[in-house]
Design a protein around this ligand. Structure first.
Ligand code: IMP
Ligand code: MG
Length: 193
């Protein structure tokens, strides 16, 4: 047998996305979040910071709904290195293009799990003298301590502490394109050792 149909079918059967948040629910919530940002940042110099890669779709949908003037910039950090567990160590892999001094920063994240990424980013960007820093995350996993995330001003949904994909979020770079957020069933067991 060559690298044929059977192999492909097996791979697809093993990891099936199960919808958790429909495209409609996501879009309705993003309408509300954008309206909030419109109100809160009117008359201010707003710089929306998209945290790559996971929040590229969320940022695109959010910013297309904003009616106030704003700039967009991108920053990439890595902590998961393709796996499903945070390594705890965050590094900047792509920095902002803009100078953030005296600007109001809105960091847009896809999901908060341990909170390490967001805490690292706030610390890193605070040193550059912005006028303010706030965080918006589409998702937060239940159990993350809110008090350790003081700048989380905007949150889309709190979800159970399971691994999710879709709407920008990946598992080993797959599933980002799904218009909904899904869990993966039939996930291979991850050995601790
Ligand atoms: P934290 O630093 O533990 O809060 O993890 C945040 C980052 O890990 C997010 O920006 C995501 O890139 C990634 N991440 C956390 N949980 C998930 C998940 O369930 N699916 C996909 N990526 C995740
Ligand atoms: Mg991310």
């Amino acid at each position: 047998m060559g690298a044929g149909e059977e192999g492909t079918a097996t791979a697809e059967r093993e990891i099936m996305p199960q919808p958790l948040l429909s495209a409609e629910r996501l879009q309705t919530r993003i309408d509300e979040l954008a309206a909030q940002v419109d109100r809160d940042y009117r008359g201010k110099t707003l710089l929306v910071v998209c945290i790559l890669k996971g929040s590229y779709i969320f940022t695109a949908d959010l910013t297309r709904r904003l009616t106030i003037p704003h700039e967009i910039d991108f920053m990439a950090v890595s902590s998961y290195e393709g796996g499903m567990e945070s390594t705890g160590e965050v590094t900047v892999t792509k920095d902002l293009h803009h100078d953030v001094q005296d600007k109001h920063l809105l960091l847009v994240e896809d999901i908060i799990d341990t909170g390490n990424t967001v805490r690292f980013l706030i610390e890193e960007l605070a040193e550059r003298d912005p006028a303010s820093i706030a965080v918006m995350s589409l998702l937060k996993k239940e159990g993350t301590e809110e008090e350790s995330l003081p700048s989380l001003e905007y949150l889309g949904f709190t979800i159970p502490p399971v691994f999710v994909v879709g709407y920008g979020l990946d598992y080993a770079e797959r599933y980002r394109h799904l218009p909904y957020v899904a869990t993966l069933s039939g996930m291979p067991e991850v050995d601790e050792t």
